[in-house]
Structure formats: C-alpha cells, structure tokens
Design a binder for this molecule. Structure first.
Ligand code: SF4
Ligand SMILES: [Zn+2]
Length: 140
C-alpha cells in the first residue's frame, strides 16, 4: 500500500507490517493474496477511517492495491454507489462485498445496533479461508 492520509489513525494501521500484501496490482490476478490482504484489513482497528478516507479520494488519487479492505476496482465501483443506497426493509448492506442482502445472510451479532454482523456469511467464510492461508504462509 502506498500513502495513508495524515492523522493519528494511520499509526494503528494493521498493514504497517504487511506492506507486501497491500502492494498488489489492481486486477485480481492473485485471489489468494488479495483475500489474505483483505483479511488483514478486516482485523484492522482503523478500517472504517481508512475506507472512509480512501473512498473520499478522487479516482486519480487512489493509492492502488488493497486499501480499506477493497481492491481498486471495488473502490471504483463503491464510489459510484451513494451511501444512501436503497436498502429495503429486512435487508442489509455488506461492508465487505458491498452487496445488499436479506438479514438472514448475516450472522447474528449483538455488537451491532441491527443485531447482525457487518459482513455477510459468504464474506465471513472467505475471510476465514484467507486467514487460514495467511497463517499457513506466515508459518513457512
Ligand atoms: S484498513 Fe487495510 S489498508 Fe487500511 S490501514 Fe487498515 S490494514 Fe491498512
Ligand atoms: Zn458480503
């Protein structure tokens, strides 16, 4: 990953020790590495700040690679979606894949006001797999 916005939040960035994961091409040529990098973002204490910052950038200023838990194409797509996207009753917007899905597609999570996890079940499963591969790679 390249530059984080100035401020105090970037000092807590989980990617500081994992910059090789963040310095990925914008395309999805290496899905395993991309998922491993996203798993680091998922555990990052400043994910919300980072994503907010990077999505507010003009496309030409995008740092590339994985940032804010998203690939560059995902950020480009996300910038086109208004935050006030129509989310019908009984549905929720997955913070990871950005899809609007029925509430049942999210695990229960008492930490969130709506009682559901921020990521959909499919994304949680992908995160679990990516963490497994990341741990396996780190152990080598
Ligand atoms: S969300 Fe990801 S890219 Fe952003 S600071 Fe955290 S680890 Fe780095
Ligand atoms: Zn999802």
């Amino acid at each position: 990953m390249t530059t984080l916005a100035p401020g105090t939040w970037d000092r807590q960035a989980a990617c500081r020790d994992w910059s090789r994961f963040m310095d990925l091409p914008a395309d999805e040529r290496n899905p395993t590495l991309i998922q491993a990098a996203k798993a680091i973002c998922d555990d990052c204490p400043v994910l919300d700040h980072c994503r907010e910052w990077v999505l507010a950038l003009a496309p030409r200023d995008d740092p590339g690679g994985i940032c804010g838990g998203l690939t560059e194409p995902e950020r480009a797509a996300r910038r086109k979606v208004t935050v006030a996207a129509d989310v019908p009753d009984g549905h929720k917007w997955c913070r990871r894949c950005l899809d609007v899905k029925p509430l049942e597609a999210f695990y229960r999570d008492r930490k969130n006001a709506d009682g559901r996890n921020s990521f959909c079940k499919a994304c949680n499963s992908r995160i679990k797999t990516a963490r497994y591969h990341a741990t396996k790679g780190a152990a080598k």
